[in-house]
Design a protein around this ligand. Sequence first.
Ligand SMILES: [Cu+2]
Length: 504
Amino acid sequence: MAAAQTKASLVKVSAAPNGAQRLTYKVGPFNIIPGQNDIGYAGMDQKPKVDGWITRIRPDLTYVNGKVPRVDVIHLHHGVWLNMSRSDATAPGLPERFFAAGEEKTIMSFPKGYGYEYEATDRWLLNHMIHNLTPVPTKVYMTLEIDFIPKTSAAARGIEPVRPIWMDVRNGSIYPVFNVQKGAGKKGVYTYPNDQPAAYAGGSKRNEWTVDRDGVLVSTAGHLHPGGLHTDLWMRRNGARLAKPACATKSSAEARKRCKQSAPRGYGSNAHLFRSDAKYFEPAGAVSWDVAMTGTRKDWLVKVRKGDTLWTSATYNTKRGAWWESMGIMVAYMADSGPGHDPYKRRVDYPGDPTHGHLAENNGHGGEKTNLPDPRKLPDGHRIGGGLVDILDFKYAIGDLSLAGQNGRPPVIPQGQSATFRNLEGDADRRYHSITSCKAPCNRRTGIAYPIADGPVQFESNTLGVRTPAAGSTEWETPSNLKVGTYTYFCRIHPFMRGAFRVK
Ligand SMILES: [Cu+2]
C-alpha cells in the first residue's frame, strides 16, 4: 500500500457532549481528475497529539472553498480509516478498519461510557475512493469530525474501550462488492448471501465471524448502495433457543401485546440483533444516495460469548432496476465488558434512528426533460455488424446521444452478432466506463436518481478498466441473443454518458 503522506490540518475545535472536544480535520487536497473512480491511500500527518478516546466520527467531503459538492458531481464512494498500529478483528491480515463512510455519510457514535481508544503513536491511513461523475477536474478535501476526550481529562474516567467488528457480506475483499440483478430474489426483494447460493462457492462464509472473546456489542449501523433496503446483524449460538414467554397467560390484551413485542426475535439458534434500515428522502424511492441509515439506540447493548457466530446480510429492492457493484457492510463496535442484554431472553432488535436528515448536496435528483433525442425515433446509424464501438473522451464514438448526424444515430448490429465496446481512454487505469442498460428513452437529465439500470432487457459490461475497482478488461461484447429493437444504455460511472444501438 504505497501512500503519499497527505497534509492534514485541524481546522476547527468546538465543544461536544460528555466532555469531549469536537475536532475537525481536513485531509488533502486531493486532485480529482476528470471522471476519476479509483482507489487511493493517504496518510494523515496531523491528528490528536495526546492519547484519548474517540466517541463519535462524522465524515464529509468539501471543495477547497469549504462547500460540499453535489453528489451528482463528486461522490464519496467510500473512505475507510485504517489504524496501521493494530490488526483487524474480523480480517486479521488487514490493519484495523476503525471507521468507514460512503455517500450516505453515516455518523458513528457510541453510547456514553464507551470510546475507541486512541494512542498518539497510532499510524492512520485513509483508503479513499472519490468519484468524479463529470469530465471537469477539481480538488477536494475529506473532512473528519472527531469527538475526542484526552485520557488526562476528568471526562475520560471509566470509559470502556470498544473494538471495531467489521461485518461485511464480502469481508476481506479489497473491493467488497456483489451484483444484484433486476427481478432477482422474491417479490422484488433480494438478500445477499441468502438468495445467492453461489455467494461463497465452497469458500469460507465471508459474512460470518466467530466471536473471539466474551463481550458486549455497543453500537452498529449499516452501509448499502442505492437500491439497498436494509442490512441485518444476526447471531448464532450452538444449541441456544429463543425464549418463548408465556404471553397467552397474561391477564389483559395490553399485557399480552407488550409481552409479545418484547419476546426475542429470530429463528432456530439465530437471534436477530439489529436491522439497519435505509430511510430514503429521495422522492423516487430506493434509487439514490438521498438516504440515511438507522443506527442502534443507546440502550441496545447485546452480550456475546466467545464461540458465538455473528453474521450479516444485505437486502436490495430489485423491482426498479439492477444494482451493479453493491455493498453490504455493518461495522459493529464491541467492548470486553459491561452490562448488556441476552438476545435469546429478550428482544434487542428495536428500530433505531437515522443518523442524519436529508443533506442539501442530494438535491440534484435529475429526470427532467432535455434536448437529447429519443433514440428509438432516430434513423439507423452506421451498419457496424460485429464491429467496434470505441469509448474516448467521455463519449461512445457512435450511437452517443450527444453526437449530431450519422454518428449520433444508433449503430446497427445484425441479429445474432455482437459488437465490441472498447474503453480507449489514455488513462484507463483511472477513467473507467460501463455500458449499462437503461429504460428507453434514457435521455433525461442526469441526477442522483436518473438514469438507473432499469432496462427491460438487462445487459452490463462491468466496469471497463485495467485494475480494481474495474473488472480487469477494457472490452465488452454486446449479447448475441438480443431480439430486434433499439437498446438504450448509460455509463454507471459517468451517467451523463448515454447511448443506443439497434439490433436488426
Ligand atoms: Cu464513463
